[in-house]
Unconditional design. Structure first.
Length: 277
């Protein structure tokens, strides 16, 4: 008898474990301020997707939610009414309700969401996201915010972002040096000091050359030779370093890793940049 009971327990124990009910959650459509209606729908869906991806909760999708509420005679405008949220939660058979607001102020998105307990009607958690970003980036933040409101924190490595200074083309740098000169290739490639040296050498050489041509005597001939030599050497230096200096600067850029960071100061958020070599 004991053996039979033991075997039955082993057989049914997975069923008992799997039968454990997940917490049921409903996400009410996010209210919008100074944003289009389709944007609030996408934000609502992003929050739902974020919660569902955890695999720990049962979330009622928007279609079934609206169908159930319509059968009960609720209008969508009533769903976002603070006085009816708890009642809506009971009709949907959920334990928690998530509601929130999305505003666009001075090109900055403000997304605020709250987690309400249906039984008590109290707000159990609240999260807010301030995002000076594109809307697709805001959708990513909304998904993460949905996880955070239900207590799921994601561990993320510092996001490597695009280097602020783009790599330059050595070919363009060399072409500028030949066609324009006067340090333009070096300035383009990021070698400012070498660009200044090249610029000064070419200006000096050109000045001596022109002065020699104006005098047009023996002394002037020597000045023409000296000026041409200085100008020519400066042009060669400009061309050679424009190419190799640009390559060298590109290699330095590849070695750098920039990471975004937030610097909080007296309630204001400023975006800073930390970097490693």
């Amino acid at each position: 008898m004991v053996k039979k009971f033991f075997l039955l327990f082993i057989f049914f124990s997975p069923v008992i474990i799997n039968a454990e009910e997940k917490m049921r959650i409903a996400v009410v459509d996010i209210k919008g301020n100074n944003v289009r209606e389709e944007m609030t729908v996408l934000i609502t869906n992003a929050i739902i997707d974020g919660i569902v991806s955890t695999g720990r909760f049962e979330v009622i999708d928007r279609m079934n939610r609206d169908k159930i509420l319509k059968e009960q005679g609720f209008q969508l405008t009533e769903v976002v009414d603070e006085r009816t949220r708890v009642e809506v939660g009971r009709i949907l058979g959920v334990q928690k309700i998530i509601t929130g607001d999305l505003s666009l102020i001075d090109d900055t998105y403000f997304l605020s969401i709250q987690l309400l307990d249906v039984e008590t009607g109290k707000i159990e958690a609240s999260e807010i996201e301030k995002c000076f970003c594109t809307f697709p980036k805001l959708l990513e933040s909304a998904s993460v915010l949905g996880k955070r409101i239900v207590g799921i924190e994601e561990e993320k490595e510092p996001e490597k972002v695009e280097i602020l200074k783009k790599e330059k083309s050595p070919l363009i740098a060399g072409t500028l040096s030949i066609l324009v000169g006067f340090g333009s290739g070096n300035f383009y490639g990021g070698s400012n000091l070498e660009g200044i040296i090249s610029l000064m050498g070419q200006v000096l050489g050109a000045g001596i050359l022109i002065s020699g041509l104006i005098q047009y005597d023996e002394n002037g001939k020597d000045m023409v030779i000296a000026g041409s030599t200085i100008f020519g050497l400066a042009r060669v230096f400009d061309f050679v370093y424009a190419i190799f200096g640009t390559k060298k600067n590109n290699e330095k850029l590849r070695e750098r890793q920039f990471y975004p960071s937030l610097i909080l100061s007296k309630g204001n958020v400023f975006v800073g940049w930390g970097f490693q070599f």
